[in-house]
Design a protein around this ligand. Sequence first.
Ligand code: OOG
Ligand code: NI
Length: 265
Amino acid sequence: MTAQVSELFNNIWNNYLEVTPSAKRIHEILGSGDDVINDHVAYRTFNLKKVGIEKLAQHLIALGYTECGEYHFEAKKLYAKHYEHADKTMPKVFISELLVEKVSPATQAIIHKIVESIDESLISQQNFLYSGKTWDISFADYQTLLAESEYAAWLCAWGYRANHFTVSINHLAQYETIDAVNSTVKAGGFLLNTTGGEVKGDQQVKLEQSSTLADKALVQFTDQAVEIPSCFYEFAKRYPLENGELYSGFVAASADKIFESTNAA
Ligand code: OOG
Ligand code: NI
């Protein structure tokens, strides 16, 4: 089972690198050997029956993952769950969904048209989590979405692929603190998401996180190709609970800021 999980995440990683070349370079800068372990991978979707969180999660549950926590983001109109594997070296997975009924009729219409056009059989196929955008969208529709929900625009432009991978600072051989990681990343010429400060969370909430600003990559819209924010790379340091085990959940107030890593700079 673990071999299958590793193979799935290898495929997801390669698909992510296609539009996130900075992640490969940062991975090389931070790591020394095989100490770059993924804390988690994140996905975005819509709360529609055809593609809701459970449709993505079925691929993970089949490989031994279980549902562990849920999160609400009222202002962004999002709901999320996270999944963990019994083998703690396997990445956690954070899956959020846009509450489609809460956005404007014009935005809903674009989303429904896209979701209806997805080939139903693709969703249960083994490559769904790295299938990308399998529908058409015009640049005008992308901009309509962007004006109301950056999340909806990102998802309709990029489709089903990892939104980010996350380096576990706890496993890095040469780094102890998130500030040291951030300094190295910045010295390498990469920009960090500064919304809410470079570091989100603290030892009190048992989780510190930072992230790059998303790379830019070319998306083929129906009428033109445009460079827009693609995916980003995150860094997380976890602290132990009373029982000595590392906290394994997420922190909604921090996640709320991490979402903004795909905003246009
Ligand atoms: C997910 C943001 C939340 C975290 O680690 O708190 C998150 C996203 O941007 O899709 O990944
Ligand atoms: Ni994350």
